[in-house]
Ligand binder design. Structure first.
Ligand SMILES: CC(C)(COP(=O)(O)OP(=O)(O)OC[C@H]1O[C@@H](n2cnc3c(N)ncnc32)[C@H](O)[C@@H]1OP(=O)(O)O)[C@@H](O)C(=O)NCCC(=O)NCCS
Length: 138
């Protein structure tokens, strides 16, 4: 992860913390932090508004010093343990997110769509979906 991204992730985490648990709950945001003596990573998710069965991953980040040690996988597993029918996320096609795309593919996600100009005029969004066969159903 580039230092710029590390800073972005830290400021995003700070923002979530500043909102406080009650506000996060009110917004339907579930923040899960992996922590030892310091914060190793975090995942931020929320239920899909159309179907309570599916869950969106808004943010997933692992501290650069702790990457490739299974922390991202274990954070994702914690969300899967809540048995959503699908996990959904949108990521960037830029080279800087190549490792993230590999991580999601290795974690069972499939690229489902390209959303033109999603993040910016020159940055599409890639919709990744993981279907969980044991997840909640209608
Ligand atoms: C993407 C990210 C969350 C992965 O977390 P992680 O704890 O490093 O990942 P894990 O150790 O659980 O890796 C699981 C698998 O993902 C793949 N993977 C993870 N990091 C990878 C990398 N840098 N390059 C290639 N594949 C990678 C591997 O297949 C790995 O399995 P393996 O260890 O058996 O080879 C983390 O690298 C990160 O925070 N990146 C920067 C922020 C970011 O891009 N977030 C996503 C925004 S959409």
């Amino acid at each position: 992860m580039l230092e710029r991204d590390a800073l972005h992730c830290r400021s995003q985490l700070k923002l979530y913390f500043s909102l406080g648990r009650a506000k996060l709950r009110q917004l339907g945001i579930n923040l899960l932090v992996a922590k030892e003596k310091r914060i190793l990573g975090f995942i931020c998710s929320r239920n899909d508004r159309n179907t309570e069965n599916a869950v969106w991953i808004d943010w997933l980040a692992v501290d650069p010093a702790s990457q490739c040690k299974g922390i991202g996988t274990s954070l994702l597993k914690k969300i899967e343990e809540t048995r959503p029918s699908h996990l959904l996320l949108v990521t960037s096609p830029f080279a800087v997110h190549r490792a993230a795309r590999k991580f999601y593919t290795a974690s069972g996600f499939k690229k489902a769509a390209v959303i033109p100009r999603y993040f910016a005029a020159d940055e599409d969004g890639l919709l990744f979906v993981k279907t969980i066969s044991t997840g909640r159903q209608f």
